[in-house]
Design a protein around this ligand. Structure first.
Ligand code: ATP
Ligand code: MG
Length: 713
């Protein structure tokens, strides 16, 4: 049998060979959806003989798309152009690089990230005399993103007309659009909006792309937004081959517009479609699988799946309760050391997952103390760090002479060109409708702008521009760092991390160059705009991996620690405050995603102490109590003298026995689920059945549980 379809089960084989028409796969975590998708890709290329440049394969995150490309490479080798295995954003950039000129933009448009957006905003605030105390950047960015959820603004960008802003936020919004337009800059929301706009308004271009993409495949479909779904379904209109896979239980981006119903209702949208279900889990031990199922089945809005596995039983799942964060971190570090020294596994077999970035700090400290090598995925994205942005802005300035880079570096390091000076340059640029850099160049001789610092800046940029075609990018960066004074600046800052990061950047460029010797500065800059730290820090060394649950999506690791498993963290304080069952359900799905990353062993850890986001003492996550006792081994002690939190634990954990206290009809208060009514008292089992309206659910609660207070008898 051909290599790429060997080892597939019946359903996977069906998914692979059902290449024509609309096909959907719905299946739980670890059932081999991504495997089926990558094998199908290989099948289309190798068995059907279709060129890879006719197959679009999209997924949600950079990390997942790289992973997918790797898996495909393993199947069909690397003589194919796999650049259409990408993210939605990556694909939109492809379309725009080819066709954005149809709406009057140059093909080397600039892609802005959040830092660039803020640079523009700073300039606008200056101009309007607004301070970020009055309106925060966050507020404005949210407003911009909201206004961009409809396509209306595109008409304005493409044909600027006079607008009467309704309020300050709107005034900033329109100014932002003007500045974007002047710089031919696109932010992340624009990428898909521009693409859809071009497809909807230019029949010839749309036809070309529809013709080109004979096969379209989407992984992690449950997290696609309405626009993303529209994009792929529009593109499939000609050849009508659209293959989508996903798991509604793993929807974790609803807060960012994910619409799982497109996966769930796919058969209604495409009545001729075929649905394939997969039930066998190949990733995890039965212990881990059962635990995941226990938790997820508490979600109301879902279709139950019947998953099984033939994997060996493996070890039991462990719950560790620590007295404080540092004990939690130390215990994790200890466990990792123990297993590695027993030669059961390597450091790189471990992943430590958490709901929020800040949780990593105490874990990191413990790992450092024990000399355990680790790498963090996420956090501040590498390319968003100040020092990296600064040097990249120099490169961009050399290439594009754009205003955003100009503003960032004109006075970094300081050349004595303050706010006032920049305002003057801005005014000239505004009047003559030219870029800031041109304004500076043109007017350098005039009295107002004749400053030594300005002259130095222009000389510097011109010097770099001369070197651009002669030097490799890695060499050019070294020269810029030294001559611009950036190295000196960071050295005197005393922040060695910054210098380390710059060295890391140079290493990554050397890696780029070894893959593609002739990479131009333009290409390089375009490429990295789409990167996050993951791409750079993913060095293969033997290191423990730390990341948020969101980042771990679609991945798998032999040993997984889910840490910070507390109320106010997972579920987040925000979702608890919202008091909507829907918000809690998304948190439960996150928990499910985390648990189902584990192959061989899973640890759930949490600790006591103060939680700054809730302002209360920490409690174990409510999801912990949804797991049947028999499926966990508990470690760590609940102490009576720490705070009152132990009182709310079942006596099996505290060791304090207690009898029935409430009767049917009593109204009680539960610290997590608020008010509830006792519906039933089951003496045999020693538990109440209590209805909680907050979660619209009846829960069995042990007599011994001390966290209930009587409100009304
Ligand atoms: P997720 O929902 O988490 O993205 P998934 O459904 O995409 O999971 P995969 O990542 O494709 O699952 O597969 C999980 C693991 O099971 C992988 O290690 C994969 O190689 C393995 N696997 C999948 N199908 C088979 C099979 N038929 N035989 C053996 N191993 C398999
Ligand atoms: Mg997958």
């Amino acid at each position: 049998m051909e290599k790429h379809i060997k080892n597939l089960n019946e359903q996977q084989l069906e998914a692979v060979t059902s290449t024509e028409g609309y096909v959907r796969v719905i299946a739980g975590a670890g059932s081999g959806k991504t495997k089926a998708l990558t094998s199908r890709y290989a099948y289309i290329v190798e068995t059907l003989g279709i060129s890879a440049s006719n197959i679009l394969c999209v997924t949600f995150t950079n990390k997942a798309s790289r992973e997918m490309r790797l898996r495909v490479k393993k199947l069909i080798g690397d003589q194919h152009d796999l650049s259409y295995i990408t993210t939605y954003h990556g694909f939109c950039v492809r379309v725009l690089r080819e066709d954005i000129n149809k709406i009057g933009y140059p093909k080397n448009f600039v892609i802005m990230d959040v830092e660039d957006q803020k640079t523009i905003l700073r300039d606008i605030y200056n101009e309007f005399g607004i301070t970020s105390k009055l309106i925060t950047f966050k507020q404005v960015l949210r407003h911009i993103s909201r206004r961009k959820s409809s396509q209306e603004y595109l008409d304005y960008i493409i044909n600027p007309t006079k607008k009467e802003p309704k309020n300050d936020l709107d005034k900033i919004f329109y100014r932002y659009l003007q500045k974007q337009q002047r710089n031919f800059a696109l932010d992340f929301d624009d990428l898909i909006n521009f693409t859809l706009y071009i497809f909807l308004t230019d029949k010839v271009v749309f036809e070309k792309w529809k013709q080109r993409l004979h096969y379209i495949q989407v992984d992690e479909m449950q997290d696609s937004s309405e626009k993303q779904f529209r994009l792929v379904s529009m593109l499939s209109e000609t050849h009508k081959n659209l293959f989508v896979v996903g798991d509604p239980d793993q929807t974790i981006y609803e807060w960012r517009g994910a619409r799982p119903e497109f996966l769930v209702d796919f058969n209604q949208q495409f009545p001729s479609s075929k649905t394939i279900l997969m039930n066998q889990n190949y990733r995890s031990t039965p212990n881990i699988l059962t635990l995941g199922n226990h938790i997820i089945k508490n979600n109301k809005v879902r279709v139950d799946k019947d998953m099984f596995t033939q994997n060996p039983q493996g070890v039991e799942v462990v719950h560790f309760h620590a007295k404080n964060e540092s004990e939690e971190g130390n215990w994790i570090a200890e466990e990792i050391s123990r297993l590695v020294s027993k030669e059961v596994c390597n450091f790189s077999d471990f992943a430590i997952l958490y709901r929020a970035n800040h949780i990593s700090r105490s874990i990191e400290q413990a790992l450092v103390k024990k000399n355990i090598p680790y790498t963090i995925f996420g956090g501040i994205r590498f390319f968003e760090r100040k020092e990296i942005k600064d040097i990249l802005s120099y490169l961009r300035m050399v290439e594009f002479e754009d205003d955003i880079s100009f503003l960032r570096i004109i006075n970094t390091p300081s050349r004595g060109l303050g706010k006032k000076f920049i305002e003057e340059v801005s005014m000239i640029a505004e009047n003559d409708n030219i870029s800031l850099y041109s304004a500076l160049q043109k007017n350098i001789a005039s009295d107002g702008l004749n400053r030594k610092g300005a002259k130095d800046f222009i000389d510097l940029i011109e010097e770099f521009q001369k070197l651009r075609s002669k030097k490799k990018i890695s060499d050019l960066i070294k020269i810029i760092l030294d001559q611009s004074g950036l190295t000196e600046l960071f050295r005197t800052d005393g922040d060695t991390d910054r210098l380390d990061n710059l060295i890391e950047l140079q290493n990554s460029i050397i890696a780029f160059e070894s893959e593609d010797e002739d990479i131009s500065l333009d290409e390089f800059l375009q490429e990295i705009t789409l990167y996050s730290d993951v791409d750079l820090e993913e060095d293969q060394g033997d290191k423990v991996k730390l990341m948020t649950i969101h980042t771990s999506k679609g991945l798998e690791f032999p040993f997984v620690f889910l840490c910070g498993f507390n109320e106010g963290i997972l579920p987040s304080a925000m979702s608890i405050k919202e008091r909507r069952a829907k918000a809690i359900e998304e948190e439960r799905r996150l928990t499910y995603v985390a648990i189902t990353r584990a192959e061989k062993a899973l640890y759930l850890t949490e600790s006591e102490g103060y939680n700054f986001s809730t302002g209360q003492n920490k409690q174990p996550s409510r999801f912990l109590f949804e797991i049947n006792e028999n499926f966990l081994v508990r470690k760590g002690e609940f102490r009576k003298d720490v705070d009152d939190s132990h009182l709310r634990m079942p006596s099996r954990l505290t060791g304090i026995p207690i009898d029935q206290e409430f009767k049917v009809g009593d109204i009680i208060e539960h610290k997590v689920w608020d008010e509830g009514e006792v519906i039933e008292v089951n003496r045999e089992k020693g538990e109440y059945l209590i209805y909680f309206s907050l979660i619209d659910s009846k829960k069995p609660i042990n007599f011994e549980f001390k966290g209930l207070t009587l409100i009304e008898s």
